[in-house]
Ligand binder design. Structure first.
Ligand code: DX5
Ligand code: ZN
Length: 222
């Protein structure tokens, strides 16, 4: 059976923000499929990163899709700002929103892809009713808030459950695994059903980010 190509999304959280324009320009010469941008508000998660202005500025430096991961308390309030900034996909947390369906519909009606992110302690079952509306589910394999954390082994069971839910629903929702992805666990994560690997430290902590991305991209189902 021909193995499926894995998509790799370098997370700029681990890059040097003072050089971010040239960093994302360099990504054009790699096999990166999109650029993962972690937006944190110091309230939903205990860390602060950047907002829509940063994303708008990044947009000037790359034609790669911008994959926005909102780790903020009121994503509905800011979704339009990220749409206007040039986001290609916006993911928000299921734990942060009461009416997920209307926010998903609002994002998609702006012709922007939508993902639903699920923190480690949330039952993936909660995403079941939204699968057919979503482009992807972002399965968190660390507690959101910081780069460079250790992959939580509990993610394998959650991924398995999520994959079964997706196949039962007949939807073609992708699974993006975010947090602690490394060269040593990438094959297992892909084997577990990931379609997209987010990688911060593995890419920006290496001497050769192009090589690091290629290595992650060649992770195959056994
Ligand atoms: C964590 C972020 C991740 C993070 C991944 O809250 O959502 O996207 O940047 O970084 P690594 O790959 O270093 O765990
Ligand atoms: Zn993220």
């Amino acid at each position: 059976m021909k193995s499926k190509r894995i998509l790799v999304a370098p997370s700029v959280l681990s890059a040097d923000f003072s050089e971010i324009g040239s960093v994302v320009e360099k990504l054009r010469h790699t096999e990166a499929d999109m650029i993962h941008c972690d937006v944190m508000d110091g309230h939903f998660v205990p860390n602060i990163t950047f907002g829509a202005k940063f994303v708008k500025d990044l947009r000037q430096h790359t034609s790669l899709p911008l994959d926005i991961h909102l780790m903020i308390s009121d994503p509905g309030k800011y979704a339009d700002d990220f749409i206007d900034a040039g986001a290609d996909c916006i993911s928000f947390h299921i734990e942060a929103v009461k009416d997920c369906e209307s926010l998903i519909r609002r994002i998609r009606s702006a012709d922007v892809e939508c993902g639903l992110a699920i923190s480690p302690d949330t039952d993936v079952e909660k995403a079941a009713e939204y699968l057919s509306l979503l482009n992807k589910v972002v399965l968190m394999s660390v507690y959101p808030g910081f780069g460079g954390q250790k992959f939580m082994e509990s993610a394998y069971g959650r991924m398995c459950k999520l994959k079964n839910m997706i196949s039962e629903s007949g939807a073609n929702t992708l699974v993006e695994v975010d947090g602690g992805v490394s060269f040593s666990n990438a094959c297992d994560i892909v084997e577990g059903g990931a379609d997209i690997l987010v990688a911060g430290n593995a890419v920006f902590g290496s001497d050769d980010m192009g090589k690091a991305i290629s290595e992650l991209k060649s992770a195959k189902r056994k």
